[in-house]
Design a protein around this ligand. Sequence first.
Ligand code: CP
Length: 356
Amino acid sequence: MSSIISIKNFTKNEILEILNKANSLKNFPQQNLIENKIVATLFFEPSTRTRLSFTSASFKIGGKVLGFDSPDATSLKKGESLRDTIKVIEGYSDVIIMRHLRDGAAKFAKDISTVPIINAGDGSNEHPSQTLLDLYTIKDKLKNIDNLTTAFVGDLKYGRTVHSLTEALSKFSGQKFYFIAPDEIQIPSEIRKILDSKNIPYELLSDYKAILKEVDVLYMTRIQRERFENPDLYERVKNSFEISKNIILGNCKESMIILHPLPRVNEINIDLDDTKHAVYFEQAKNGVQIREAMIGIALGKINIHSSKKINDDTVINNDVSLCPNKNCITNFEKTDNKVVIKNNEQFCYYCGKKIN
Ligand code: CP
């Protein structure tokens, strides 16, 4: 049994193996794969797709589901900590699927839980199940994940799906990235450093029109109002991008696909929905078989053959008790004082942000 917290922990071959397992579950359903196992879905933040597709996935492979879709109806309202919530629910379930508003919350839960944790999105940090279904959709539609040019558009600072997908694609060869966003919500420096260290070409832009013809995957994202500390900034950037038929048709590759993790607000006009480029609803549907595979892996019912475990991080205890990231779990729960050392720099063990 193993937790699934970050896409960083998987090799390219392991990712491809998960996509194959998901495809096999789609074509050859296994209704008893996790028979009698109890899946807990703890959603401390709103969700439509992730929670319901994990629930659907659990039912399809024979599991039983309990959980909550809002912290308002739980004892968190009475001041209970996340630590205590996890320690209680591990006694009621065999696997915990958790979405939380704090960066690093999933890693924190994994370290204290006796049952596996699946990260269903932690703050603006990571969203590995979304990434796996994004990759599944790319492979299904374009037949290959190598040699792609991907343009990410929108809220690249807070967009956890962008962070996880960039990391995942960077494991495949021949990648090129365009990050298209207002300066204030551009891709974080931690992600740029990873690309720099792998010599992967990328450009930061404020508009997509000049590069649209080069793009294989146009990954649109919502500007995430709920994560902005400054409401004036949100008002300034909220309508930065809106693609529509007249912008896209005739100006992109015939094969270009438009992905969006959804929900959308106004960044994709509905007039694109009936074009061959729009695959975002199919993308959402692919979440079911991907999440069946993830639950199977977490419960030890599906094995993926690990070539080598990716863990080149050195973790040490440090006096630094609070991460500078205001949304990091370390600022809300009693955590260990751990930091990760990479290239003589210190990063928060939980949320990955640079400490000094
Ligand atoms: N893509 C995604 O995470 O959607 P939900 O917030 O609806 O789960």
